[in-house]
Design a protein around this ligand. Structure first.
Ligand SMILES: *[C@@H]1O[C@H](CO)[C@@H](O)[C@H](O)[C@H]1NC(C)=O
Ligand SMILES: *[C@@H]1O[C@H](CO)[C@@H](O)[C@H](O)[C@H]1NC(C)=O
Ligand SMILES: *[C@@H]1O[C@H](CO)[C@@H](O)[C@H](O)[C@H]1NC(C)=O
Ligand SMILES: *[C@@H]1O[C@H](CO)[C@@H](O)[C@H](O)[C@H]1NC(C)=O
Ligand SMILES: *[C@@H]1O[C@H](CO)[C@@H](O)[C@H](O)[C@H]1NC(C)=O
Ligand SMILES: *[C@@H]1O[C@H](CO)[C@@H](O)[C@H](O)[C@H]1NC(C)=O
Ligand SMILES: *[C@@H]1O[C@H](CO)[C@@H](O)[C@H](O)[C@H]1NC(C)=O
Ligand SMILES: *[C@@H]1O[C@H](CO)[C@@H](O)[C@H](O)[C@H]1NC(C)=O
Ligand SMILES: *[C@@H]1O[C@H](CO)[C@@H](O)[C@H](O)[C@H]1NC(C)=O
Length: 864
C-alpha cells in the first residue's frame, strides 16, 4: 500500500514541478495553494500560474475551507488561494520545506497569503509569527475575518532548502492560505548590509497606476504592484513606446514602468510619505524612473531625490526614455516619519516624475542554526524511526520553540547544539541505530517505553557527554554492555534499564526490586566488581599522581576534606546563608572561583556525625555522587562534596545576586522588569522540569521557594538545594527531613493531608513562587489587621474579578503586556489547584511561560 502511494505521489510531484519549472519564464517558481486536495492544480487567472497542493511541502496540519460567507461564491474576486487554508493545531512550530532550484546563495522572493474567513467557525482571529529558516520574518495579525494579508520577504538561501515556519505564540492556531517562492536576481536590491539581511516588503506602489490587476505575467519576479492612493492629485503620463527594463536587472513589468505621475504644477515637488510605528525600523526605498514623454530640444527633465530634506544621492539625474532606472538610498532610513520628495533641479524645464517605488524594511539574520552534524543525525533518526512528532525546520531555532523532545544549548556566536533528546513513548521500533552516536554532544537520552529491540549497543558508552540514559520499557535482548556499566560505576552515567537486561547478566539478586533504582541495584549487586576496580584505579592513580583524591568523580568535580574546606572558606568566616541543613559559607577555590559551602552540621542533623548509621553515611556518598552528575544550566551546579570523619558538606557554585526572595525585597526589585521576571520564572521552571523529567529516578525537590532560587550576575536563575531530601531519606534522619519537607507558605495542602509526595507538590510550591514574582509580595503576607494570609488568598479575589491591576506588582508601573501577565497569573493559579492531579506538569508550565514571554516580547513598545 505504502509503496503504491508514494509511487503515484512521486509521479504527481514530477508533473507538478514540470509545469512550474517550464511554464514560460517561470523557472524555479513554487506556488502552493495551501489546504487544497493533493491532486488539484488550480490556475490563478490573473497571474496565469498553476498552484499545487501543499502535501509535498509539509506533513503536518489540517485542511479547511473558509466559511461560506467569505468564500469564492460570496466574493467572486477572491484570489483563488484564499478559499482554503491549512491550520496547525499541533506543535508550537510548523514549517514548510521549500527546496530551491537555483539553490544556495541565490535570492528568493517568498510570499505568504492569509485570510481567516472564519474557517474554524470560532470567529476568533488568531495572531502568530512567521519565520524564514531560523530568523523572524513578521507577525500575522488580522483586522477582521475578511482581511487579506500578504507578507513578502526577499531572502538569500543559506542552503538548498528554505523553511517557512508558522509559530504559535499562544494567541490562536496559526494557519496559511498560500505560499509562493520566486527566484530573484541576486545582484539587485542591494543594501549596505550585503547578504546579512533580508528585505521585508513594506509597500510596492505603481505610482502612475491607471488600470490593471497589479499582478502581471511579464513580471519575471511575480511582484504585486498596488496603486498609490493619495489625496494629492497628480498628472498621469503614459507611453506605449518601448522601454528596456532588463538593463539594470530590476525588470519592472511594462504596465508599471510605462505609467508615471508628475505634479500638477511644474514647480511643485512630488512627495510620498509614510509613518512607521517602530522608529528603529530600517527602510530601503527603490525608485523606478523612465522618461515617458517625447521631449522637445529646448526641454529638459532633471530630478533631485530628497529624504526628509536631505539629498538621497549626490547627483541629480535625467530619466532615460530608452531604459528604466532604479535608485535606492545608500544608507537605511530610520525614524518614525519618512518623506521622499522629488524636485526638479533649477536648470530643469519639466517637473519631476516617478514611475514606481518599492519600500522594504531590513530584517537582520542574526540567529544561529543547529550544528550540521546534529541536524543530519536527528533528521536521519526522524527518518529511520518515522518519528511521529511535529519536527520541522531547524531543530533548535528559533530558541523559544525547539523541536518537541529536544533540548539545546544556545550560543550567541556559534552553532546551537543538541544536548538532550527525549523520544520516550514515541513508538520507536527496531534496534538502536548507530546514528545516535553522531549526536556527539548529547547529555541526556530518553528512549523509554518504545519497542526497541536487539542488544543495547556498546557505542552508547562512547558518547562521552552522556550523563543520563533511559532505556526502560523496551524489548532489548542480552545484557547491558560492560562499557556502560563502567560509566555507571564511575558516576558518569545515570542509567535506567529493565530488570531483564540486568538479570540476564546474572547479577540480579532480587527480581522484585524496583527497576527505577537501577543505579543502586547495580551498585550493590556488583559491589565486588567496583571494589576491585576502585582498588586497581587507586593504585594506578597513586602511581601517577602520588595522592589519593577520591573515587571516580565526574571531571571537574571534587571530593574535599574538612581541612581543605576550612582553608577554602578562610576558616568559615563568611556566612552567606542558612538552610534547612546547616550554614552556608563563602569560599574560594585555588583558581579564584567563588563557591558556596553548605556544611551539614551536627545540630542540623539532630545528632553528631559519629552517631549516624554507616548506612546513612554511605547513602550520602552515593547520593552526593549521583547529584554531581546532575547537570543543567538552571540548577545550581555542584562543585563537589565532603564526607570525612569530621563533617559532611556540599559545595556549590556561588551566585552573585543571591536568592530571589532577598532580591525581590531589595531595592533591586525596582529594576526587575516584567521581561526579566519572566526569564527568571522560565529558568527556574526549566530547572525543576529537569529534576522531574530529566533525572532518573525523578528528583522531587520538596522545598521549592524563592529563597532556593539563586540568581547569578546575569540574573539567570538556578534552583538550589535539590536532592537533599534524597541525600537524607526520612527513615534515617526523620528530624532533619521534617524541617525541610517544606516551608510554611509553600507546602502543598494535598501533601500535607495525605502524606503522598510527588512532583505535583513541587508544582504547588512553584505556583507560589510565580505569584511572588508577579505580585512582589511574600508567600505569607501580613495584612493591616495583623493576620497572616497566603499570597494565593491575596490574589484570589482579584483573579476572580479579573482585575489584573490588583495583582501585579506596582513596581512594574504598568509596563508589561496584559496578555502576558494574565496568562502568567492563570498558569500560577493552575499550579496551586487543590488537587495535585489537576495541576500542570513542569513541562507544560515551561511551555506556557515561554508563551508569556513571547507575548511580552511581542508587545508594541510603550512610549513613556
Ligand atoms: C472544501 O470544499 C470542497 C468543495 O467545494 C470539498 O470538495 C472539500 O472536501 C472541502 N474541503 C474541506 C477540508 O472541507
Ligand atoms: C556581514 O556579516 C559579516 C559577519 O558578521 C561581516 O564580516 C560582514 O562585514 C558583513 N557584511 C556587510 C556588508 O555588512
Ligand atoms: C487602460 O484601459 C484602457 C481600456 O480599458 C486602455 O485603452 C488603456 O490602454 C489602459 N491603460 C493602460 C496603461 O494599460
Ligand atoms: C491629505 O489628507 C489628510 C487627511 O486625510 C490631510 O491631513 C492632508 O493635509 C491632506 N493632504 C493634502 C495635500 O491635502
Ligand atoms: C541580474 O542583474 C544584473 C544587473 O544588476 C544583470 O547584469 C544580469 O544579467 C541579471 N541576471 C539575470 C539572470 O537576469
Ligand atoms: C520650447 O520651444 C517651443 C517651440 O519649439 C516653444 O513653444 C516652447 O515654449 C519652448 N519651451 C521652453 C520651456 O522654452
Ligand atoms: C555519522 O557520522 C559519520 C562519520 O562521523 C558519517 O559518515 C555519517 O554519515 C553520519 N551519519 C549521519 C546520519 O549523519
Ligand atoms: C520482543 O521481541 C521478540 C523477538 O525479538 C518477540 O518475539 C516478542 O514478541 C517481543 N515482545 C514484545 C513485547 O514486543
Ligand atoms: C521524556 O518525556 C516523557 C513524557 O513527556 C517524560 O515523562 C520523561 O520524564 C521525559 N524524560 C526526560 C529525561 O526528560
Amino acid at each position: 500500500m505504502r509503496a503504491n502511494h508514494s509511487l503515484s505521489f512521486g509521479i504527481f510531484l514530477t508533473l507538478a514541478i514540470t509545469i512550474v519549472v517550464y511554464g514560460q519564464g517561470r523557472s524555479g517558481y513554487i506556488s502552493i495553494d495551501c489546504g487544497i486536495p493533493p491532486y488539484d492544480t488550480p490556475e490563478d487567472t490573473m497571474a496565469k500560474i498553476n498552484y499545487v497542493s501543499d502535501d509535498a511541502f509539509i506533513t503536518t496540519g489540517v485542511n479547511f475551507n473558509v466559511s461560506e460567507e467569505y468564500g469564492a461564491l460570496s466574493n467572486p474576486v477572491l484570489p483563488s488561494t484564499l478559499a482554503e487554508v491549512r491550520a496547525f493545531p499541533q506543535g508550537n512550530r510548523n514549517c514548510y520545506t521549500l527546496k530551491t532550484f537555483q539553490g544556495k546563495g541565490n535570492r528568493y522572493l517568498i510570499r505568504a497569503w492569509f485570510m481567516y474567513g472564519n474557517y474554524d467557525g470560532k470567529k476568533a482571529l488568531p495572531e502568530f509569527d512567521l519565520y524564514v529558516n531560523v530568523n523572524f520574518w513578521s507577525t500575522v495579525k488580522f483586522k477582521d475575518a475578511s482581511d487579506q494579508i500578504i507578507k513578502e520577504i526577499l531572502s538569500f538561501a543559506e542552503s538548498e532548502t528554505i523553511y517557512v515556519c508558522l509559530v504559535n505564540k499562544g494567541k490562536g492556531t496559526p494557519f496559511i492560505s498560500g505560499l509562493e517562492l520566486r527566484p530573484v536576481n541576486s545582484s539587485i536590491y542591494g543594501t549596505e548590509f550585503g547578504r546579512n539581511v533580508s528585505l521585508v516588503l513594506y509597500r510596492r506602489w505603481d505610482i502612475g497606476y491607471l488600470n490593471g490587476t497589479g499582478r502581471y505575467q511579464d513580471d519575471r519576479f511575480d511582484r504585486i504592484w498596488s496603486p498609490y492612493s493619495s489625496n494629492i492629485s497628480w498628472n498621469s503620463i503614459v507611453t506605449s513606446a518601448y522601454i528596456d527594463v532588463f538593463q539594470n536587472g530590476y525588470a519592472p513589468p511594462d504596465e508599471v514602468i510605462k505609467t508615471a505621475a508628475s505634479p500638477k504644477s511644474d514647480d511643485d515637488p512630488l512627495e510620498l510619505l509614510w509613518t512607521s510605528d517602530d522608529p528603529n525600523s530600517r527602510f530601503y526605498a527603490y525608485l523606478y524612473f523612465a522618461e515617458l514623454e517625447a521631449l522637445e530640444k529646448n526641454e529638459t527633465r532633471k530630478i533631485n531625490i530628497l529624504w526628509n530634506g536631505s539629498p538621497f544621492s549626490e547627483t541629480s539625474f535625467v530619466p532615460s526614455s530608452k531604459y528604466s532606472m532604479t535608485f535606492s538610498n545608500p544608507r537605511a532610513f530610520t525614524g518614525n516619519d519618512h518623506l521622499i520628495s522629488l524636485q526638479k533641479t533649477t536648470d530643469s524645464t519639466l517637473p519631476p516624475i516617478l514611475n514606481a517605488i518599492e519600500i522594504f524594511t531590513v530584517q537582520s539574520l542574526d540567529e544561529f542554526y543547529t550544528r550540521t552534524d546534529d541536524v543530519h543525525a536527528i533528521e536521519s533518526i526522524k527518518e529511520t524511526y518515522k518519528v511521529n512528532k511535529v519536527w520541522s525546520g531547524d531543530p533548535c531555532s528559533p530558541r523559544l520553540f525547539p523541536w518537541e523532545g529536544i533540548g539545546c544549548s544556545y550560543s550567541t556566536n556559534s552553532y546551537h547544539q543538541i544536548k538532550s533528546l527525549n523520544l520516550s513513548s514515541s513508538g520507536l521500533q527496531g534496534p538502536i541505530v548507530l546514528t545516535f552516536r553522531n549526536l556527539s554532544l548529547l547529555e541526556s537520552l530518553d528512549l523509554s517505553n518504545n519497542d526497541l529491540q536487539q542488544n543495547v549497543p556498546e557505542f552508547l558508552a562512547d558518547m562521552k557527554y552522556l550523563k543520563l540514559l533511559n532505556l526502560k520499557g523496551n524489548n532489548f535482548t542480552g545484557v547491558i554492555p560492560n562499557s556502560l556499566i563502567k560509566r555507571l560505576k564511575a558516576g558518569l552515567l545515570a542509567l535506567s534499564v529493565d530488570d531483564q537486561n540486568l538479570c540476564n547478566s546474572g547479577s540480579c539478586q532480587d527480581k522484585k526490586k524496583n527497576n527505577m533504582v537501577v543505579p543502586i541495584a547495580v551498585a550493590t549487586s556488583v559491589i565486588v566488581l567496583i571494589v576491585v576496580l576502585v582498588i586497581i584505579w587507586i593504585i594506578l592513580r597513586q602511581r601517577k599522581k602520588g595522592a589519593y583524591i577520591g573515587p571516580l568523580l565526574p571531571s571537574g568535580k571534587r571530593r574535599f576534606t574538612y581541612n581543605e574546606l576550612s582553608r577554602i572558606t578562610n576558616n568559615f568566616n563568611q556566612v552567606i546563608g542558612k538552610g534547612g541543613f546547616g550554614i552556608v559559607y563563602l569560599g574560594s577555590l585555588e583558581n579564584g572561583t567563588k563557591i558556596a559551602v553548605k556544611m551539614i552540621n551536627d545540630s542540623s542533623l539532630g545528632k553528631p556525625k559519629e552517631s549516624l548509621s554507616s548506612r546513612a553515611s554511605n547513602q550520602f556518598q552515593v547520593e552526593a555522587e549521583l547529584l554531581l552528575t546532575v547537570h543543567h544550566r538552571n540548577l545550581a551546579s555542584f562543585v563537589g562534596y565532603c564526607d570525612d570523619d569530621r563533617s559532611m558538606a556540599l559545595i556549590y557554585e556561588y551566585m552573585a545576586n543571591g536568592n530571589l526572595q532577598d532580591y525581590l525585597s531589595s531595592e533591586n526589585a525596582e529594576d526587575l522588569s516584567w521581561e526579566k521576571r519572566l526569564h527568571i520564572a522560565i529558568d527556574s521552571a526549566q530547572g525543576l522540569e529537569y529534576l522531574h523529567d530529566g533525572c532518573r529516578p525523578p528528583i522531587v525537590h520538596r522545598d521549592v521557594k524563592t529563597a532556593n532560587i539563586l540568581l547569578n550576575d546575569n540574573l539567570e536563575a538556578k534552583i538550589a538545594d535539590f536532592g537533599l531530601s534524597k541525600v537524607f531519606p526520612e527513615d534515617d534522619l526523620s528530624h532533619a527531613v521534617t524541617t525541610v519537607m517544606g516551608t510554611p507558605g509553600y507546602i502543598d495542602p494535598e501533601h500535607y493531608r495525605t502524606f503522598v509526595l510527588n512532583e505535583k507538590s513541587d508544582v504547588f510550591s512553584f505556583g507560589i513562587v510565580l505569584l511572588e514574582l508577579i505580585t512582589g509580595q511574600r508567600a505569607i503576607i501580613k495584612t493591616e489587621e495583623g493576620d497572616n494570609i497566603s499570597v494565593v488568598d491575596y490574589v484570589w479575589p482579584f483573579f476572580e474579578a479579573r482585575e489584573l491591576d490588583g495583582i501585579v506588582d506596582p513596581l512594574l508601573r504598568g509596563d508589561f503586556s496584559e496578555d502576558s501577565a494574565w496568562k502568567f497569573v492563570e498558569v500560577a493559579m493552575s499550579c496551586v489547584r487543590e488537587r495535585g492531579s489537576s495541576r500542570p506538569t513542569m513541562n507544560q508550565i515551561v511551555t506556557e511561560l515561554k508563551q508569556c514571554l513571547a507575548a511580552e516580547l511581542d508587545r508594541e513598545p510603550q512610549s513613556h
